[in-house]
Design a binder for this molecule. Structure first.
Ligand code: 8DG
Ligand code: CA
Ligand code: CA
Length: 332
């Protein structure tokens, strides 16, 4: 799972609220491991991030969906004192700080971070001395800690996309490629690169998985674009790439998706995950279940039926009566 962040640029009039809510969310995820509170804080941050005007009281905030009594009180406290006691306490606790640091390493989740801290490993320097405690993914995460934390400029992903297209075209002109994630939503910077590939010869009905992804990865390795492999299966590659002459190594994921599931996958991996949640909930209200694979009607018994045949991303919106949103409008 990616390290989730709510965007909160300086152009957002409520960015200071979003920042503290995101910090509280991270605390709930990494330290308390309370997924409900984590979701509540993220939802509130996301609502405030898209609110056009400055919120001036907890009471005003509470009128927004996703902001209840507790969060509105925190907004009041922040407005009155310029800080939050809860966050001050969290910052003052060395164990929390260490857990938060370690979970920033790609591949290190809250449980692993807590295990490391309880063994006395609280800094990256310490961790470098105890690499035996890390699996392959975590080792690469540590090796590229600084690189993976740097956002990727849109222009660089665009260059990588051009290269990917060129090599895929050489490999097999029928391969489809879409770079999804925040890049497809038009963001100026992204945390990683989410590539989706498909091929007409590979559909969900066929039991045998083709070697498409392995061939793709082999070709991108031999041309020097892919520099690290975290994991490689039949349908999912996780690793890293680097442009020639560029010193920063970037996280790259490539997923191979059956041709008949391509649009559901494109929709899902474009996100944002908040947008996906909303759209899935809407689908359910309309009697459909929507995921990264398919859109299926749900019968009165609650059992999903056969997947609806989909020929474009827009069709998914139409099927469930959800007003179409371009990728740029999905960054909630
Ligand atoms: P970023 O990389 O610029 O930080 O943003 P992103 O591209 O939106 O996030 P991501 O973590 O790379 O995830 C890509 C898409 O995958 C996301 O926009 C929607 C979908 N997705 C979910 N839930 C989850 C999840 O729990 N983990 C991950 N990694 N992706 C998810 O809907
Ligand atoms: Ca991404
Ligand atoms: Ca990703």
């Amino acid at each position: 799972m990616g390290k989730r962040k709510v965007p909160s640029g300086e152009d957002n009039p409520n960015h200071d609220f979003c920042d503290f809510l995101t910090e509280l969310a991270d605390y709930e995820k990494n330290v308390s491991r309370n997924v409900h509170k984590y979701n509540a804080y993220r939802k509130a941050a996301s609502v405030l991030a898209s609110h056009p005007t400055r919120i001036t009281s907890g009471r005003e905030a509470k009128k927004l969906s996703g902001i209840g009594e507790k969060i509105s009180k925190k907004i009041d406290e922040f407005l009155e004192t310029g800080k939050l006691q809860k966050l001050e306490n969290i910052h003052g606790d060395a164990k929390n700080t260490a857990i938060n640091l370690l979970t920033r390493i790609s591949g290190v989740g809250p449980a692993k971070a807590q295990a490391l801290v309880s063994e006395g490993i609280t800094t990256l320097e310490e961790l470098h001395k105890h690499k035996d405690k890390l699996n392959h993914h975590q080792m690469i995460g540590l090796k590229y800690f600084e690189d993976f934390e740097m956002r990727i400029p849109r222009e660089e992903i665009s260059q990588i996309e051009t290269l990917l297209r060129k090599h895929l075209q050489q490999l097999d002109p029928q391969i489809r490629l879409t770079i999804c994630g925040s890049y497809r939503r038009g963001r100026e910077e992204s945390g990683d690169i989410d590539a989706l590939v498909s091929h007409p010869n590979y559909t969900s009905g066929r039991s045998k998985k083709p070697d498409i992804l392995k061939n793709v990865v082999a070709s991108l390795k031999s041309c020097g674009l892919i520099t690290e492999t975290i994991s490689l299966g039949d349908t999912k590659f996780m690793g890293a790439c680097r442009l020639d002459g560029d010193s920063v190594t970037r996280r790259l994921d490539i997923r191979l998706t059956p041709f008949d599931q391509y649009y559901c996958a494109v929709l899902y991996f474009t996100g944002s995950d908040m947008f996906n949640k909303e759209m899935r909930a809407h689908a359910l209200e309309m009697g459909f279940t929507l995921n990264e694979y398919s859109l299926r009607p749900v019968g009165s018994t609650g059992v999903p039926g056969e997947p609806v045949e989909i020929h474009s991303e827009r069709e998914i919106f139409e099927c469930i009566g959800y007003p179409y949103k371009s990728p740029e409008e999905r960054s909630m």
